[in-house]
Design a protein around this ligand. Structure first.
Ligand SMILES: [Fe+2]
Ligand SMILES: [Fe+2]
Length: 242
């Protein structure tokens, strides 16, 4: 049976929608809500990429188990530490005590400071690599897009960029998460609003990140907010390239 979570191959969407928050970071209105996206790669080794706001942990864990059942997760990759994405780290670690957290030097200081989480770590630097089996992941440091620890993870096997808040937009995902299967009307305005209020304040780091990612053969963008982009990549990158 085709799994409702599948993006492509064994990459799955396990994010959640927040329809109750009125203002993002207590400031920016959310007329269409917001999604907190997380992704699962179900390879020989299983990797979870970013988590979700802690308020949604129960539904989040249910979605993870729909994909992998009771199998353990090997790696938790943290691209960004803002609580809308890092909030479930402590509970994930409780459920999967042997999980290895993947992050950079800045990430680990924050994880311990925010959540008191320690344990096995894989500390990555720009260009470092992690093989899950078929999927080969490479890590790109993108500091200040839009926090100091922000990085992106690129799946070289399928050309999937897990971009953290980069290329994100406001708006919940209603009935689907792939851009090709959704009415995108509301998202374009919400992307401009997200970019200009949250990420675009860091114009120069964004440009540096775009230069770094420019040569990658990106087929899919999996951001931490909004649809998964497969068809509209040039338009999405264009909105962030101002
Ligand atoms: Fe953020
Ligand atoms: Fe975010």
């Amino acid at each position: 049976m085709e799994q409702k979570t599948r993006i492509k191959g064994n990459i799955h969407y396990v994010g959640v929608n927040d329809r109750s928050k009125h203002r993002f970071e207590s400031m920016w209105p959310l007329p269409y809500g917001v999604s907190y996206n997380s992704y699962l790669i179900d390879d020989e080794m299983i990797a979870l990429i970013d988590t979700v706001d802690i308020c949604y942990f129960e539904v989040y864990l249910r979605k993870i188990k729909q994909v992998i059942g009771e199998r353990p997760i090997d790696y938790l990759i943290i691209n960004h530490m803002e609580p809308d994405h890092s909030g479930s780290i402590r509970l994930i670690k409780q459920h999967y005590p042997n999980i290895i957290i993947v992050g950079n030097k800045q990430t680990f200081g924050m994880i311990e400071g925010f959540y008191g989480v320690t344990g096995e770590q894989y500390l990555v630097k720009d260009g470092d690599f992690l093989a899950l089996g078929r999927h080969k992941l490479r890590f790109y440091m993108t500091p200040m897009v839009h926090w100091p620890e922000t990085m992106m993870t690129f799946d070289e096997t399928d050309g999937v960029l897990f971009s953290g808040d980069g290329f994100g937009c406001f708006g919940t995902l209603d009935g689907g998460f792939l851009d090709i299967r959704m009415n995108l009307d509301k998202y374009w305005g919400e992307m401009v609003r997200y970019y200009s209020n949250i990420v675009g304040k860091y114009g120069s780091p964004v440009q540096k990140a775009l230069q770094k990612l420019g040569g990658l053969p990106i087929s899919t963008i999996c951001s931490t907010h909004g649809p998964v982009w497969t068809k509209n990549i040039a338009k999405v990158i264009g909105i962030y390239d101002v």
